[in-house]
Design a protein around this ligand. Structure first.
Ligand code: SOE
Length: 386
């Protein structure tokens, strides 16, 4: 019989919605060993209206304005941290010490030192843990990795990632508050590096192995914005844009670009690898497609006939594609919310003896390390070894 898993959600914003939906939906699509129960959600006293609305819409049994009380509750099995970044460390450490399983939204921490403390806490407590890098479980991204692992790209030469948005171009966009804390360094840690490039770094290292060295440049295009919390114009200290070069341990070289000033780009995350035998390209604005250039067969080394070479656009909706067998019929698509559902399904399965679910906090700490090195490189204007 399926066991229940009582959820305490530490947040009630955008990411709390994506995670709540995953708990609500997962057992509809996957035969998971646990049935999540949305027990309690947390929000600040001053956000009570939003918290109540959130509770009602997602069906939580109760609300709480002191997150520590949720962690103290004996009936809560899993604590899900979807608060602004500056709270992640304290919440994760407290949850681990109380013996709770923990899921934490990315970026896991404000900096590497915090990430190390979090890893130490979950490992000492021996609790199951996960950082929600949801884009690994886009079926086309999982297929990207599968094709690389099958040797179809061969020796990799180049890795190229971008993660671009355009929502901060206007000077009128403020910083702070419940919606725009990502623009406030004290709350978010960093700008596009932690918020967006962390995704690109996580998938890059997952697919192409560890990054060895980086050199970066960051830019702040609008130097001050009104802070919603203080009502004052305040300097912007997060990176609005970041570009970095990377050397991978496997000898390939990479470029990473991210900005919130790419007019026209809403959530454009792309990745491409170019190897000796083939190349693969993915972009999140067309998430159901994967593009594959097949040059030579990995086993025989035989080149594909000249008149058949070219980019293939694979519609990743067949039952044999990652995760797709759990949804509808070939040719029908899934969306953003399903990447969280897929991740949660793997996590729940891992709790009952299934394969280890990555990235754990230990694994995700690598991404934090690269992010920190990127920021430091931009400050110092030099290469940094990871
Ligand atoms: C920022 O706008 C954001 O919501 C990120 O924080 C998420 O991680 C990304 O998936 C979508 O964009």
């Amino acid at each position: 019989m399926t066991k229940t898993l009582n959820v305490g959600m530490l947040g009630c914003g955008f990411m709390a919605r994506t995670h709540s939906n995953a708990y609500a939906q997962v057992a509809h699509f996957f035969e998971v060993p646990y049935q999540p129960v949305l027990k309690v959600c947390y929000g600040r006293e001053q956000d009570m209206d939003a918290l109540k609305k959130f509770q009602k819409m997602w069906g939580y049994e109760s609300v709480e304005t002191d997150w520590k009380k949720i962690i103290e509750r004996r009936d809560i099995d899993i604590v899900d941290v979807v608060s602004p970044n500056f709270l992640h460390k304290e919440m994760v450490v407290a949850a681990a010490e109380a013996g709770k399983k923990v899921i934490c939204e990315k970026p896991m921490a404000m900096n590497l030192q915090e990430a190390e403390e979090m890893v130490a806490a979950v490992e000492k407590a021996g609790v199951a843990n996960l950082v929600m890098f949801n884009y690994r479980r886009v079926p086309a991204v999982s297929l990207f990795k599968q094709i690389v692992d099958e040797g179809r790209v061969g020796r990799p030469f180049h890795y190229r990632a971008t993660y671009n948005q355009d929502y901060t171009i206007s000077q009128k966009v403020p910083q702070g508050g419940a919606a725009l804390w990502r623009l406030n360094a004290k709350v978010a840690g960093s700008g596009v590096t932690g918020d967006l490039l962390a995704h690109s770094i996580d998938t890059a290292e997952w697919i192409n192995g560890p990054i060895k060295r980086v050199v970066a440049h960051t830019e702040i295009f609008i130097k001050e914005r009104k802070n919603i919390d203080t009502g004052q114009m305040e300097p912007i200290t997060i990176d609005d844009a970041c570009m970095f070069l990377a050397l991978f341990e496997n000898g390939s070289i990479g470029t990473f670009e991210s900005t919130r000033y790419a007019r026209g780009r809403k959530n454009y995350s792309s990745m491409e690898i170019n190897g000796e035998n083939g190349a693969i390209f993915f972009n999140l604005e067309e998430p159901e497609y994967l593009q594959f250039f097949r040059y030579a067969d990995p086993d025989s080394g035989k080149k594909v006939e000249d008149h058949l070479t070219g980019w293939q656009k694979i519609l990743v909706t067949n039952g044999e594609h990652p995760y797709m067998g759990k949804y509808w019929v070939p040719g029908t698509t899934i969306g953003y919310e399903h990447y969280f559902i897929n991740t949660l399904a793997d996590f729940l399965t891992s709790l009952d003896g299934g394969p280890k679910c990555e990235p754990t906090m230990q694994t995700a700490m690598r991404t934090q390390k690269v992010c920190d090195a990127v920021i430091r490189s931009a400050e110092e204007g030099s290469w940094i070894d990871i």
